[in-house]
Design a protein around this ligand. Structure first.
Ligand SMILES: *Cc1c(COP(=O)(O)O)cnc(C)c1O
Length: 454
């Protein structure tokens, strides 16, 4: 093992293909179902929403899928991303653990999301799409798609969860700088939004509502398609550049395979991007990492949700997905990790969790911000509130290693920086941030409205 703090690869080391875990799993994931017939959806059911190449990737059983040159050209702006050894944090914690983090905050939008926004914009551009609609929570996905659309000459229209629109006005400005149109959601521009506003004019919105609006807007206009920044198989697929690079960086550093891989999960894409290539190694018997997802205690999809078919959006417009869910109209408390406030979870990760190949824990937000501040003061990078959840679990494990004097290798995804999250940091530093207790009856109530599928 070498003594470097930062393990960098060259441009020629950018992966040339994405890794699809599906053919390597012990059982195939349950298919998405048509919301009316409850039959498995076919490519034609999705053709109004997505271009043919993305539908093919969504359903692919191929282990590797080539990355087009036009996508690699854009990836070169920030990839490969660095892998850091967190020596200063290790020292501060007095831990014998070796902590590594793969940093995705150096992309133009400041997170991992451009890894999929760029191929999604590219495949749409070659299929004749002229305009993409989408939703965004904290604004990370909207800004990533706005950036990617600018690269390929597409128009971009974003429905942004109203609570975040108010908390993070500069994210909307970033999207507009890249040429996108941004609306707070719920909006009166769609029936889905107007329905919510009729019941609750002050609705803070949710990702589920914003998805309904963006899907409806895509269906209503010509040459317009929809893009999703997480949850779906093709999104997780695109993110596997992260883990493939990390594997190469571990090899370059002469480090052994990690004992524990930790990541935050909203819809599951950044964490899947990091760990799926390592899961390939685990399934092949070449490594045996514990894989631990971290979610907010206020939106505990894996740890308190149910594994069942549910809609991906609040309005019930999407196919039914077999996933861990809190109920499609569940509205989480306004925690500051906006990217983790989704009622469902990637069906692929849900399947992997259900198979017992990974575990999950939930963390209250103050513990996460405490971890983020400790990380910022030692490692320098100010994390986004989402990966702060993963850092809280990493620090917890590193302290356990210190107590038991065990020398573990830990790896985490630092999937974005927190430069747009100063209002949340302010609240934490002034001592005014609170934790939310999520009463069981709120989950139970939302789960009663999950559709019955037999
Ligand atoms: C969107 C986002 C998330 C949550 O989405 P995943 O699909 O679970 O990765 C987490 N962190 C950041 C920085 C994000 O932008």
């Amino acid at each position: 093992m070498d003594e470097r703090t930062k393990i960098v690869l060259g441009e020629s080391d950018i992966p040339r293909h994405w890794y699809n875990v599906v053919p390597d799993l012990p059982a195939p994931p349950p298919p998405p179902l048509h919301p009316a017939t409850h039959n498995p959806v076919g490519p034609q059911d999705l053709s109004g929403l997505f271009p043919p190449e993305l539908i093919a990737q969504e359903m692919s059983a191929d282990r590797y899928i080539d990355i087009p040159d036009a996508v690699l050209d854009v990836y070169r702006l920030w990839r490969p991303t660095p892998l850091y050894r967190a020596r200063r944090l290790e020292r501060a914690l007095g831990t014998p653990a070796r902590i590594y983090y793969k940093y995705e905050g150096g992309s133009p939008a400041g997170s991992h999301k451009p890894n999929t926004a760029v191929p999604q914009a590219y495949y749409n551009s070659i299929a004749g799409t002229e305009r993409l609609t989408t939703e965004t929570g904290a604004g990370q996905w909207g800004s990533s798609l706005a950036f990617a659309c600018a690269q390929f000459g597409l128009d971009c229209e974003v429905w942004m969860v109203r609570a975040s629109y108010a908390q993070k006005p500069h994210r909307a400005t970033l999207m507009r700088t890249w040429g996108a149109k941004v609306h707070p959601s719920p909006s009166s521009l769609t029936a889905a939004g107007a329905n919510v506003l009729a019941v609750d004019p002050d609705s803070p919105g949710s990702l589920g509502i914003a998805i309904s609006e963006a899907v409806e807007a895509a269906g209503a206009a010509p040459n317009t398609r929809y893009a999703l920044g997480s949850v779906l198989n093709h999104v997780l697929l695109h993110q596997t550049v992260i883990g493939q690079e990390a594997l190469a960086q571990f090899a370059a550093a002469g480090e052994r395979a990690p004992d524990l891989i930790v990541g935050c999960t909203g819809g599951g894409s950044n964490f899947a991007g990091l760990f799926l290539p390592f899961l390939r190694e685990k399934l092949a018997g070449r490594a045996d990492p514990v894989i631990r997802a971290v979610e907010p205690a206020a939106c505990p999809t894996f740890t308190r949700g149910e594994y069942t078919y549910d809609f991906g959006d609040a309005g019930g417009l999407t196919p039914l997905l077999k996933m861990y869910t809190l109920g499609h109209d569940f509205i989480p408390d306004p925690v500051h990790a906006g990217g983790l406030r989704y009622h469902g979870m990637s069906p692929l990760l849900s399947h992997i969790y259900h198979l017992g190949l990974m575990e999950a824990v939930a963390k209250p937000q103050r513990e996460c911000f405490a971890a983020a501040v400790e990380f910022a003061r030692t490692e320098g990078i100010v994390p986004a509130p989402e990966p702060a959840h993963a850092l809280a679990a990493v620090i917890e494990e590193a302290r356990r290693c210190a107590e038991s004097d065990t020398e573990k290798v830990l790896l985490t995804a630092l999937c974005g920086h927190g430069h747009f999250d100063m209002a949340a940091y302010d609240l934490y530093l002034s001592g005014e941030m609170t934790d939310f207790e999520l009463a069981q009856d709120r989950i139970d109530a939302a789960l009663t409205r999950v559709p019955a599928v037999d």
